[in-house]
Design a protein around this ligand. Structure first.
Ligand SMILES: Cc1cc2nc3c(=O)[nH]c(=O)nc-3n(C[C@H](O)[C@H](O)[C@H](O)COP(=O)(O)OP(=O)(O)OC[C@H]3O[C@@H](n4cnc5c(N)ncnc54)[C@H](O)[C@@H]3O)c2cc1C
Length: 314
């Protein structure tokens, strides 16, 4: 996983801020840190993050339509114009040593007075046949992002949580029919959302049913249930939660919530001084590129304050 251009990277140096992640949150954080004249380094496992996997983004202010990849190319241009160093690597652990942190990858160690964890999350998968094959071609994990492409089409939401209910309500605004497919007997949405779902003529809930296969040809055509029945469908939205990439935070004692998301306050601070977090890995309820960038920017500002208090010369 190592693809390092180590030119200009001094492993002995203690950076003011190291940002972990290669998604919008990390880049947004680093851009602001650099403009605060901080010595900043980004370490990301893969450049682009989750948003680079979506074919079109139409809700990032000032850019009416762009591919996720294209958006992250623009982030890269901005990052490069400020000469912010970016290393492709995966941090495995963080250690607190005196007044700085040491970050360990398989191959080397990095040092920083402050760290922002912007490692995002991975979508929880169903693990059924066709799911991977049709990802981005009828299978989606984000109704807010991909729902508008299904105008007047028939879609389904797999899941019974409050967020699944909200996804179904969002999709019902635009599509002709939304099936909510849930393995339980009663959806687990907040009462208000549950009521809205039950009263919505376009939404039909199929209870006590699991989807076992997604079938298609170039794009999704139908799904198969565990009772053997088949349903013709244009889009499958899987909303069975996500798994935050918070393991390294947990190992150093950062406070997590019940979903394993990093608990942050309005300054993007964690419970460990000097350790900040932002974006999809953190505990904000709404997770989008723009909200991640905002939290990342706040983390940069807080890190700047934190390092300034240490009286380090820039
Ligand atoms: C299908 C889909 C479509 C979407 N469409 C939109 C949209 O249209 N508009 C919108 O605003 N949002 C959209 N989103 C949501 C958006 O992708 C996320 O909210 C956003 O990417 C979060 O950014 P992030 O930087 O916090 O995390 P991520 O984008 O997940 O980035 C995390 C980064 O951390 C890296 N990383 C992980 N672990 C480590 C480690 N140990 N060391 C170093 N690096 C590590 C990863 O490689 C990755 O680069 C969509 C999501 C999906 C799934």
């Amino acid at each position: 996983m190592l693809n390092i251009d180590m030119e200009g990277i001094d492993l002995e140096k203690v950076y003011d801020l190291i940002v972990l992640g290669g998604g919008p949150t990390a880049i947004g954080c680093a851009i602001y840190a650099k403009r605060f004249a901080m010595d900043v380094l980004i370490i990301g496992k893969t450049y682009g993050g989750l948003i680079a996997t979506t074919h079109v983004v139409e809700n990032y202010p000032a850019i009416s339509s762009i591919s996720g990849q294209g958006l992250m190319e623009m982030f890269k241009e901005h990052m490069n114009s400020l000469n912010i160093p970016y290393i492709s690597d995966e941090i495995k652990s963080i250690e607190k040593l005196d007044d700085y942190f040491e970050l360990h990858s398989f191959f080397q160690n990095f040092k920083a007075y402050s760290v922002c964890i912007a490692t995002g999350s991975i979508r929880r998968k169903l693990g059924i046949s066709g799911e991977e094959e049709f990802a981005g071609r009828g299978v989606s994990y984000c109704a807010t992002c991909d729902g508008p492409f299904y105008k007047d089409k028939v879609v389904c939401v797999i899941g019974g949580s409050d967020s699944a209910a909200k996804e179904a309500l969002f999709l019902a605004q635009n599509t002709s029919k939304v099936y909510m497919i849930y393995r339980g007997e009663e959806i687990r949405a907040e009462p208000i959302n549950k009521k809205r779902v039950l009263e919505n003529d376009k939404i039909e809930i199929i209870y006590k049913t699991n989807v076992v296969e997604i079938i298609g040809e170039g794009k999704v055509k139908s799904i198969v249930f565990d009772n053997g029945k088949k349903l013709e469908i244009d889009g499958v939205f899987i909303e069975i939660g996500s798994i935050p990439n918070s393991q390294i935070a947990k190992r150093i004692g950062v406070g997590l919530n019940e979903k394993d998301e990093i608990k942050i306050n309005r300054k993007s601070e964690t419970n460990i001084p000097g350790l900040f977090a932002a974006g999809d890995v953190a505990d904000a309820p709404f997770k989008q590129a723009i909200t991640g960038v905002a939290e990342g920017v706040i983390a940069a500002y807080s890190a700047f304050d934190y390092v300034k208090e240490m009286n380090i010369e820039y």
